[in-house]
Design a binder for this molecule. Structure first.
Ligand code: GLU
Length: 274
């Protein structure tokens, strides 16, 4: 069965940029007779707010964007992420990292795609790791060198036209899979949810393209099927700047309060669409 999802993070309110993304998912679902579900990605409980989740759901209904089934909330699915994290730890493809952001910045080397962590904590002797684990909060990082040794140095994900988008596993960088503050990470929760909810196609903005290699590696490690990925262009303003940082980032809630109708909002989006 074909199935996609719209997965907003309630760390803020919907604006034209996220609505465009929801419309892309909806258009794809309609033209492929696929299901579309709503997933509220509130795993980061420091930044996400229940009021935002409520408003996002209200805004989507007001716009006439409807979903199959009930929305899901990552905060209600934490045990699934813990299970996946435990599995990866048992596979020995994650390692604990005790570094602060400041420490990393001071030694970071340039380049790798996502994360330029210089693998400092991998060099710690085992007894020091045990010691530090008792004393300091830590995150879990993906040991990409080990992953490459296990699975090969080249991998690929599949795009909308069934093309393989290959990448170098080593370039992915030792990204954080378990955050020291919220225990899990966006990468882990999104991969678990996509697999567990049977998502066949992920439709999301170009800004998340660089995360797709990480997601593909996690799917391989966890034995999940990989969805097809479609990364849509991001809306830009007249100056070519990302909407998120422009006058168009006005929350929909405010536009509604100003008296705009759903049709006005959709028309505004069509004007800035490519
Ligand atoms: N929650 C993410 C966001 O709002 C989207 C995640 C995804 O589509 O994979 O940017």
């Amino acid at each position: 069965m074909l199935k996609t999802r719209f997965a907003p993070s309630p760390s803020g309110l919907l604006h034209l940029g996220n609505i465009y993304s929801a419309l892309q998912c909806e258009a794809w679902a309609k033209s492929n007779k696929a299901q579309m579900i709503l997933r509220i990605e509130d795993v980061d409980f420091h930044r996400c707010k229940t009021e935002f989740s409520q408003q996002i759901m209200d805004d989507l209904a007001w716009l006439g964007i409807h979903f199959d089934g009930e929305p899901s909330f990552q905060q209600q699915r934490l045990d699934l992420y813990q299970e996946a994290l435990d599995k990866l730890i048992a596979m020995d493809v994650l390692y604990p990292c005790f570094c602060s952001r400041k420490e990393i910045q001071s030694v970071a080397t340039a380049n790798p795609i996502l994360d330029n962590y210089p693998r400092t904590c991998l060099a710690l002797p085992p007894n020091e790791v045990l010691n530090l684990k008792k004393k300091k909060p830590f995150s879990w990082r993906l040991d990409t060198q080990k992953v490459a040794q296990l699975m090969g140095w080249k991998e690929a994900w599949i795009d909308a036209n069934d093309r393989l988008q290959s990448f170098d596993v080593a370039d992915v960088g030792d990204v954080i899979i378990g955050r020291k503050d919220i225990q899990y990470s966006y990468h882990l929760s999104v991969v678990v949810d996509d697999a567990q909810q049977g998502i066949s196609h992920v439709i999301r903005g170009e800004d998340l393209r660089s995360s797709t290699p990480v997601h593909r590696l996690l799917q391989l490690l966890l034995g999940y099927e990989s969805p097809v990925y479609i990364h849509h262009a991001l809306l830009v303003d007249e100056q070519g700047a990302r909407l998120a940082k422009s006058k168009y980032s006005t929350p929909l809630q405010l536009l509604r309060q100003q008296g705009l109708s759903a049709d006005d909002v959709l028309e505004r989006i069509s004007k800035v669409s490519l």
